[in-house]
Design a protein around this ligand. Structure first.
Ligand SMILES: [Zn+2]
Length: 222
């Protein structure tokens, strides 16, 4: 298993009560939805799930693991605890709490495109391949570095916004991810009123905005 992010999956640890709650949940028919009759265990499981989510958000700098959309401050209505091998399929239930099989995603990517699909898994039977990024057609949220394949560019100021994606690799994973999550749909540019190339004046205005923003935040940080 090649871990592509920090902090490392291997450095994650839960309290004994949280680990015990997960063990019991995994022994049930519905590991992720497991509802214990013991209030302390309910609390321990919730706490474990919260810790897992915040760990994954930290690894991806509070961004969706698939589209790089912002999840900072987005809260539970926007942020999904994503199961890469879908938890709804019986054969993948044992991985419901596997840290490598979990990530943080935006609702759009998870609900609208990912769902219960397993189309992006090359070998869906041989479990020895599940912890190998090479077994996934898309950029795996834990085993592959998203920025090695794609780049998301985003600038927002004064109600105007540019969002774009660039391929930084010819690897098929880049285009598969781009297509699977329909990243093209997220592309927008309201700095440009003419739906075409930016004029020199608009380019200058945009460049100045970015430089102003960078300078303002540099001063604030010092
Ligand atoms: Zn997303």
């Amino acid at each position: 298993m090649a871990d592509a992010y920090l902090p490392l999956l291997a450095d994650f640890a839960l309290e004994p009560a949280e680990d015990a709650a997960i063990t019991n949940a995994l022994a049930s028919d519905d590991p992720w939805g497991f509802a214990s009759t013991d209030p302390a265990e309910v609390e321990a499981l919730k706490s474990a799930k919260d810790k897992i989510l915040s760990y994954h958000l930290q690894r991806h700098h509070d961004q969706c693991c698939y589209c790089r959309g912002n999840l900072h401050g987005a809260g539970p209505y926007m942020t999904d605890r994503e199961h890469i091998l879908p938890k709804g399929k019986a054969k993948f239930k044992p991985y419901s709490y596997a840290l490598w099989n979990l990530a943080a995603a935006c609702k759009r990517c998870n609900m609208q495109f990912k769902g219960q699909s397993e189309a992006f898994v090359i070998d869906t039977v041989d479990a020895t391949k599940f912890e190998d990024g090479a077994n996934y057609l898309f950029v795996h949220p834990n085993f592959d570095r998203w920025d090695d394949y794609l780049e998301r560019v985003e600038v927002a100021k004064g109600g105007k916004r540019i969002v774009g994606f660039e391929f930084v690799s010819n690897d098929p994973k880049a285009s598969y991810t781009h297509t699977f999550f329909n990243l093209k749909e997220l592309v927008m540019n309201t700095f440009d009123n003419k739906q075409g190339a930016l004029t020199q004046a608009e380019t200058n205005e945009l460049g100045k905005l970015v430089l102003d923003l960078a300078e303002r935040y540099r001063q604030r940080a010092s």
